[in-house]
Structures are given as structure tokens and as C-alpha cells.
Design a binder for this molecule. Structure first.
Ligand SMILES: *Cc1c(COP(=O)(O)O)cnc(C)c1O
Ligand SMILES: [Zn+2]
Length: 393
């Protein structure tokens, strides 16, 4: 029995192939992300879409499409299979008949970063890696610390000194070495790269490591399954480094290759960012292939404070291929949407998650959506992790 159909890594730019059985980061020639490729022809013959429903719950029930070859290397805390809920009260107030949210706040460590780091740490264990380093805006640090602890790996975390306190404490609690820096995630990334080179730490930065993407990709499989393999019309995603958005689009391509989709319809992907750090909407509307570095990035939705993603080209092409769009919303709108979602539907979501609601309202105003389309928002983390960012009200 094949546990994983992963066969090689491929550069997202020059298409050069790399082994999935050796340690790789990104393509050294192009400085571009490596994407895991699967033998989907074989999987199509041997994996039964319906049998997957009966496997034990969680992200690893999709192990055929994850990069770990030996099940003994899987490091899990019970991530995945998060709820998809309809939002009838909010939908009615916006004139939308089929509005849903995928609530990632029930993941271990309270955010969807658990998915990516479960995949990355499992694969690191398979490859014999012993110490891992990460620059983070917050939640990735907490998740790395937890999965590294469970795998018995050492973890080193660099985060801005104004990162939400929950992220700092959860990282320390799990025994990670935490270095608070006076700067943004971009500066933390530079420092992590240097420390990795100098001291042999393995850098699990977004897209500089191939496998976090694979964990986040499984959100796309779960969404497809929930909707009976008829994908939603629109998926609204709060974009920082972009692994979730690129991952969901990768899932759509793989599902199409597997022949599992029930219709030709593909979701339009909407990237939402904060007005104080909006490199993706800016590049998207300018018709650019890459983003400019966003100077003076500012937003209290810390996961969105990414001045330039390493995979900006992949994010922009996923939005365009899907006929989606990108939109920036104010912090004021994000925090107003946070209260509204909690009061109307009982979901206390992270500000990144409620940025999707703020963006949705703007799209309704612009009539970019049809009132009867199936629309899915992503809440990426638990609101309670952000008590120190809350507005006075
Ligand atoms: C990291 C993060 C994001 C952004 O995710 P990407 O996949 O890097 O774009 C959004 N929301 C929360 C809560 C996050 O922690
Ligand atoms: Zn390349």
C-alpha cells in the first residue's frame, strides 16, 4: 500500500525537479518555491474518494496527497477537519443566500498554521532534521513550537516584539527559544536565513520550505468534500505569505487531475489584505507579475503584516487563473467585522479571519458577487489569541 503518492519536487519557475527524499528548500537557480508533485495517475486508480470519508478524522486522512512516505513519521496534534458553517443571519443581512465560513480556529494552537507545520515537521523528521528555525508574524511560531516539541526537535523562533502576547507565550511554553526583534517579519526572515546558514538550523519560512504548503492545501480537499465535490463559486482568503491561497488552488488542480470534481466550475479566489499592508491588491490591480516591497507595513491583523511574500508570483497567478480579485480593507473595518461576526453568528474570529468579512462587504457593494453564489470565507485563527489587539468598545 502506498501511503503517499508524492514523487518529486518541481521548481515553480524553471520546472527543474528535485528529490522528495532529500532536504531541499527552494530552487537555488530561480529563488522560487518548490512544489510537491504526486503521481496522480496512480492515485486516480487506487484511491477511492468515498473511502476517504471513513478514515479517522483529521488532515492526515488525506495522506496520499501529503509528502510523508512512512506513517511513523507523522507528527499530529489532531489538526484539520475543521467545521464549515453556514452564516444565515449574516448572509441575510448582506442579501446573500449561500454564505459559509470554514472555521480554522479549532485547530491545535488555535490557528490554521497547525496544518502547515504538522506537514513540515513530519517531513523534517522523515528527512532526519533536528533543529528548525522560523521567522513569524505570530501563529506560525506557536505552531512550530508545539509540533517541534511533540517531535523532539529544537525550535528557534524570531518574531516582531509587538507580536500578540499569546503567540510569544505559547512558543515559550512549548520550550522554543524565542527571539523578539525590533522589526517586521521581513527583518526576522533575513536574520533567520543568516542563523540557518551559520549554525545549521533548517529554515521553515513560508515557501522557502516546500511542505507547509501541502498541509494548508488540504483545506481545499476538505472544502471540496464538504460541498460534495461541487466547489464554491467564491473563496475569500486573508493573505499574508499566501500558502493557504496557493494551497487551495493547488488542491483544485490536483482534484481536477484525479477526476474527482463533479463540475467544471472553479472557485474565484479573493485575496484580502489590510490597507496598511496591501502589496497583493496593489500588484494585482496594476497588472504586475510580482509585488513591490510594502514600506511601513502596519495592521493589527498581525498575520497579514507581510510586506512581500516569497511567493508573490504564485499568489498573483492563482488569483488571475481563478478569475478572482484582491482587495484591501481598513483595520477599522476588520475590527467592526469581528464584532459583527461574533454578535450575529457567535463566532469570535481572529482579525485576519474577519478581514474576509470586511472584504466581502466591499465586494457586495461593488456587485462583484451574485447574491445566489456559494461564498466561503476563511477564518484562520481564534479571536481569543488577540486580546491585546482588541479595540476599546
Ligand atoms: C499566517 C496567517 C495568515 C496568512 O496566511 P498565509 O497562508 O501566510 O497567507 C492569515 N491568518 C492568520 C491568523 C495567520 O496566522
Ligand atoms: Zn528553478
Amino acid at each position: 500500500m502506498t501511503y503517499s503518492y508524492a514523487i518529486y519536487l518541481e521548481c515553480s519557475d524553471c520546472r527543474k525537479q528535485y528529490s522528495v527524499h532529500q532536504i531541499h528548500t527552494f530552487c537555488p537557480d530561480c529563488r522560487a518555491a518548490l512544489l510537491t508533485q504526486y503521481d496522480l495517475t496512480a492515485a486516480r486508480q487506487h484511491v477511492d474518494r468515498e473511502a476517504l470519508r471513513a478514515r479517522p478524522r483529521g488532515m492526515w486522512r488525506w495522506h496520499d496527497f501529503l509528502p510523508v512516505h512512512d506513517p511513523r513519521n507523522v507528527v499530529t496534534l489532531g489538526e484539520g477537519d475543521t467545521a464549515i458553517l453556514s452564516l444565515p443571519r449574516l448572509g441575510a443581512s448582506l442579501g446573500l443566500s449561500r454564505l459559509f465560513i470554514k472555521d480554522e480556529s479549532s485547530n491545535p494552537t488555535g490557528s490554521f498554521k497547525a496544518r502547515g507545520l504538522s506537514a513540515a515537521i513530519s517531513k523534517a523528521r522523515e528527512l532526519g532534521i533536528q533543529k528548525v528555525i522560523i521567522p513569524t508574524a505570530g501563529n506560525a511560531g506557536g505552531a512550530l513550537a508545539a509540533y517541534a516539541a511533540r517531535a523532539g526537535l529544537r525550535a528557534y523562533i524570531l518574531m516582531p516584539n509587538d507580536t500578540p502576547r499569546a503567540n510569544i507565550e505559547e512558543s515559550r511554553m512549548a520550550g522554543a527559544e524565542v527571539n523578539l526583534i525590533d522589526g517586521l517579519i521581513s527583518e526576522a526572515a533575513g536574520m533567520a536565513g543568516e542563523k540557518a546558514r551559520a549554525e545549521g538550523w533548517f529554515d521553515v519560512s513560508t515557501f522557502k520550505e516546500p511542505y507547509r504548503l501541502e498541509g494548508k492545501k488540504i483545506m481545499g480537499y476538505e472544502i471540496a468534500e464538504f460541498f460534495g465535490y461541487h466547489l464554491p463559486d467564491v473563496i475569500v482568503y486573508p493573505t499574508g505569505g499566501g500558502t493557504g491561497l496557493v494551497g487551495i488552488w493547488k488542491a483544485v488542480q490536483e482534484l481536477a487531475c484525479l477526476g474527482w470534481l463533479e463540475s467544471e466550475k472553479r472557485p474565484r479566489l479573493v485575496a484580502v489584505q489590510a490597507e496598511g499592508c496591501a502589496p497583493i491588491p496593489k500588484a494585482f490591480h496594476a497588472g504586475a507579475e510580482f509585488c513591490d516591497f510594502w514600506i511601513n507595513a502596519q495592521t493589527r491583523a498581525s498575520g497579514l503584516r507581510v510586506p512581500k511574500s516569497f511567493a508573490d508570483r504564485l499568489i498573483l497567478s492563482a488569483i488571475r487563473e481563478s478569475c478572482g480579485t484582491a482587495i484591501a480593507v481598513s483595520d477599522e473595518a476588520i475590527f467592526a467585522a469581528q464584532r459583527e461576526l461574533a454578535r450575529q453568528e457567535g463566532i469570535f474570529a481572529a482579525p485576519e479571519g474577519t478581514a474576509t468579512l470586511a472584504g466581502l462587504k466591499e465586494l457586495v457593494r461593488q456587485k462583484w458577487l451574485d447574491p445566489d453564489e456559494t461564498i466561503l470565507l476563511l477564518n484562520t485563527a481564534l479571536g481569543l489569541k488577540y486580546l491585546d489587539q482588541l479595540d476599546e468598545y
